[in-house]
Design a protein around this ligand. Structure first.
Ligand code: SAM
Length: 160
């Protein structure tokens, strides 16, 4: 599979999971959503469309998003997510979407030393996580992927 095919498959899988979370009403209308890895703001924009009543707090090292999909300043948390996400432990987050995989195994392995527990700590019981990297944590129950999402491209959990 070419890198282009791989990228398209990842994007389709990401969208399928996000749409499924919306279609099955997994996120309370007033629940806080974390967008972990704002990047260009594409998934932020999609999540904003799907969940118009929810506050979406986005994380990245610096703002690199398109002006049309840049969150208001009050909903932007800048810096190393490993550090900045700690303040959300116990905050009863309804949904966390993490998109900080790099396709460099050694970098992703480093991220996986802190991301699963950080997401688990932020979510309310019953809260939902979707991630491009696997979130292996005893508090996170893997959920079946919806049609259109390819295993290994995206991961999907509910907090026990
Ligand atoms: N979801 C975005 C979109 O649809 O446009 C793409 C996100 S991009 C793949 C990953 C982003 O996560 C990058 O902008 C990168 O700067 C950020 N990132 C990765 N690891 C990070 C860390 N430890 N702290 C802060 N930002 C990080």
């Amino acid at each position: 599979m070419s890198r282009l095919d791989s990228f398209i498959s990842r994007m389709q899988s990401q969208r399928a999971v996000l749409n499924h979370i919306k279609d099955t009403s997994m996120v309370a209308a007033d629940g806080v959503i974390l967008e972990i890895g704002l990047g260009n703001g594409r998934t932020y924009d999609h999540i904003r469309e799907l969940f118009p009543t929810n506050r979406i707090i986005a994380f990245d090292r610096a703002v690199g998003s398109h002006p049309h999909s840049t969150p208001p300043e009050a909903d932007l948390v800048l810096g190393d997510i490993r550090e900045t996400i700690r303040q959300f432990a116990g905050k009863d987050v309804a949904f966390a979407h993490a998109d900080i995989g790099t396709a460099y195994p050694e970098r992703d392995a480093q991220t996986l030393t802190w991301l699963p527990q950080s997401v688990a700590a932020a979510l309310v019981s019953g809260g939902i996580a979707a991630s491009g990297l696997p979130l292996d944590h005893s508090a996170l129950e893997p959920l079946p992927l919806p049609a259109g999402a390819e295993p290994g491209r995206t991961y999907f959990y509910r907090k026990r």
